[in-house]
Design a protein around this ligand. Sequence first.
Ligand SMILES: [Cu+2]
Ligand SMILES: [Zn+2]
Length: 242
Amino acid sequence: MKKNIILLFCLSIGVMISCQNQKKSTNPQKTVEVKVERNDTISKATVTISSDLNGKVSKEVQVFEGAHEEVMSKVDLITEESEGNEIIERKSVKKLQFLLNPKSGSETSGKVAFTEENGQVLFEAALFGLSEGTHAIHIHEKADCSSDDGKSTGGHWNPTFENHGAWGAKTGYHKGDIGNFQATADGNGAITFSTDQWCLGCDDATKNVIGKAIIVHQGEDDLASQPSGAAGARISCAGIIE
Ligand SMILES: [Cu+2]
Ligand SMILES: [Zn+2]
């Protein structure tokens, strides 16, 4: 009798498992990923639609390039078509790129990029024509690189009214206090920086970097002097504009 009960128990577990396995979906799960890259002349959108039908994944990629409004209206069309079907996730990546131009009689140029993904902004800069050693790089408050000395960009971007300092310091830091980087003997330098305390064009004025400027300095930021770290002349500038 006891044996029969155990046998019945095992049988019913077996049935339960096989029933669950039969619950296979006939509708694919769709994921739409929209990646938008933009610089001052052109926008490029890459739309990847992935369909997952019971583990079988197929991908369809479409790329649009051209004027920003045109590109975005094509993206809207595709994503609207897919809506109502089985979209489970929609990712959006926004990338802005700018050129840094020499200031204060320097020959320092470079490239900067901001990439926003999942609430995180990645900042990447590559510099050329520097003197060897440590240089400061900050976000200043105005996207105006018109003056020869770069001072038209104003002071450090400080929307939370804190002291100047090292990023994350308990004693305070500006939202523009990226910090320092090193340049090699051949004059090249690079820095990457990632934070969730910035955004690209959101409504939060304490996070939005659009309308500000990137400034590279001749000297090192001592991360203590007020109001800007005593980093010396402004030798390269880029406005962060959309
Ligand atoms: Cu600065
Ligand atoms: Zn500062």
